[in-house]
Design a protein. Sequence first.
Length: 276
Amino acid sequence: MSKIVTHRNPHLDEIACIWMIKKFLTGWSDARVSYIPTTPKGGNVTQPDADVNTMYIGVGRGKFDEHKGNLEDSATTLVYKFLTAEKKIKLAPLEKIALLELVEYINDDDHGRLINVPRSEYSAAVVMTYQSRIGKSSAEILAFGCNYFDGLFACLVEKAELTRDWKKATAFKTRWGAAFGIQTKVNAKMVLRFAATHGAILVIAVNPENKFRSFRALAESSVDLTKAYEIFRAREPKAEWYLHHSKRMLICGSDVAANLSLSRIPLTDLIAAIRV
């Protein structure tokens, strides 16, 4: 049976490795994970690369332990290179983009390049470190971290998908500032974050898969979508249009709603309602 060995209370770096191996490498999804105490020499390990069915991650001074002298690498980049450069795994185009971004982030974090980011104590790496301090076992820390990476990877795949879809976005002007309209399956909150990097204060998104529609504006903007809400309610009395109390979010369709009657208004008409 395949086996993975890492140090006690694994850090985000080692967890990322184990997550990649179990998620993408054929035959390793059920690999048993064991935890050993590390030492100045990497733990009590001899010939860490001798058994092809055992991987030592971050310990043992083998090919997946950067502490042997890989100054620009982390265990994550070493495992990533092994999985991709040697074509051990198959990824869809968007997955390739997402996984590379994830790996680069973990590597930067592991090298302390993100230490001055505002509120860095909220980072997954810090939270993972504190798991052992609140009594979580190594196995519990790994499980928590793998759940985190499952969510992060799905998010980054959608980010790559949105980058692709953005080429077809429609830019337009409103009385409040620049805006975009787009058809995409990507989560609407991510669409707003992405639009903001392109100078927009508001974005209209139509999801062609679940038929959700949304207007979302930046919190610091003066956007007021009340008039648009009144127009759509008059046009579709039965549709479940919801105007947030901030007046900066107008949606029809949500992950937290029953979605019994969704809007059918096309993107062009949604844009026309607030375009100047």
